[in-house]
Design a protein around this ligand. Structure first.
Ligand code: PLP
Length: 391
């Protein structure tokens, strides 16, 4: 008999009842160090007092009105995002997948309005992940995600990750955009080099096409800059955001330049819940902390500390690990065996991590993890690796 929850996930037998900062408390009382943060979502940890205050204050006033009316919290968050990024305008969504949907529509509409309706193709890369909607799976294109779900949304051209020659050749007069994650998350913490990202920007400029960055996982302070593309000194035309921006409350956004967004006039897109007052009140509180240069400097310092300790861990378990990679507090431990084995032995050592493709275990802790918690996390990972090595 089918489970009462559609069985699309293989869940770990853990049921967390409470969260405190970087800690998750299981129903049986065990305290787990959370290096997953709900897959890069809880950027300020669990039960953060500032976020609780923002949410409960708004919850006591007004939950929902709809985008038929002005929403002051939405305006405030849009103004903050515009002030801190390349963007001139923002549309709010509820998830990364919805941000992908709008990014695709926006890029196609841009060229439609420029009398180039044939420019519909979006170039994407192997190992990418852009969500589970029809556009999201067609964009990523992997067999694992698309098999059985055809006919797929047409108009995506899939290239090998970091194949610059193939990219140059793939741009035609049907291309409208390149869509790429500056650091692949689900694909196994694979950062694009700054040179590659710069090269993509140049190619887009040369051909007059749009650069869409998917910063759903790597954005919002995760890599030590507010957005990961800042490391390469470039800006996109369109950017997909979600996860961290809501700190655990469902919230996403598409940020765009005025030029890229020019086709999205009244009536061309919408969402009942997108930009909901509660989500945006929390989003403002997240931005007030994460966009602070001192906070980002701390993310970079802690990244150095964690990375250094992880290098030691890898060196002392050559049978288990191959390398550490990633940026900021978006780090990956490449394993010799299946990553799920390390994740499971991590559960036994009361530390939470997240598996990814390419044999990588992801470490995506809350960005305000403390130095002591970093030390404790690596002690627990060491225990997990030791029991795995002994198995
Ligand atoms: N894009 C990237 C890079 C992601 O990592 C994800 C989710 O993991 C998505 C899009 C989809 O986001 P959501 O699950 O919020 O729909």
């Amino acid at each position: 008999m089918i489970a009462s929850i559609l069985p699309t996930y293989s869940r770990a037998p853990l049921s967390f009842e409470k969260g405190e900062g970087t800690w998750l408390i299981e129903a049986d009382g065990r305290r787990f160090l959370d290096l997953g943060a709900g897959i890069a979502v809880n950027v300020l940890g669990h039960a953060n007092p500032d976020l609780i205050a923002a949410l409960t204050e708004q919850a006591g006033k007004l939950w929902h009105t709809s985008n038929l009316y002005e929403i002051p919290q939405q305006q405030a968050l849009a103004d903050k995002l515009v002030a801190h990024t390349f963007a001139d305008t923002v549309f709010f969504t509820n998830s990364g997948t919805e941000s992908c949907e709008l990014a695709v529509k926006m890029a196609r509409k841009y060229f439609y309005d420029k009398d180039q309706p044939e420019r519909v193709e979006i170039i994407t890369f192997s190992g990418s992940f852009h969500g589970r909607s029809s556009a999201g799976i067609a964009a990523a294109g992997s067999e694992k995600m698309t098999k059985g779900f055809g006919p797929l949304l047409p108009g995506f051209v899939h290239l090998e990750f970091e194949d610059e020659e193939a990219l140059k050749e793939a741009i035609t007069d049907q291309t409208c955009a390149i869509m790429v994650e500056p650091v692949q998350g689900e694909g196994g913490i694979r950062p694009l080099s700054d040179a590659t990202l710069k090269g993509m920007r140049e190619l887009c400029d040369e051909h007059g096409i749009l650069l869409i960055l998917d910063e759903v996982q790597c954005g919002v302070g995760r890599t030590g800059k507010l957005f990961a593309h800042e490391w390469a000194g470039i800006t996109p035309d369109i950017m997909m955001v979600a996860k961290g921006i809501g700190g655990g409350f469902p919230l996403g956004a598409v940020l765009a330049t005025e030029n890229a967004a020019s086709g999205m006039t009244a009536g061309t897109h919408g969402s009942t819940y997108g930009g909901n007052p509660m989500a945006c009140a929390v989003g403002c509180a997240v931005m007030d902390t994460v966009a602070d240069p001192e906070f980002l400097a701390e993310v970079n310092r802690k990244s150095g500390l964690l990375r250094q300790k992880l290098e030691g861990l890898v060196a002392s378990h050559p049978d288990v690990f191959e390398e550490v990679r990633g940026a900021g507090l978006m780090l990956g431990l490449k394993c010799k065996g299946a990553p799920i084995d390390l994740v499971n032995s991590g559960y036994a050592a009361e530390v939470v991590t997240v598996p990814a493709a390419d044999n990588v275990v992801r470490l995506l802790p809350p960005l305000n993890i403390t130095d002591e918690e970093i030390a404790e996390a690596v002690t627990r990972l060491d225990r997990a690796a030791t029991s795995l090595g002994a198995a």
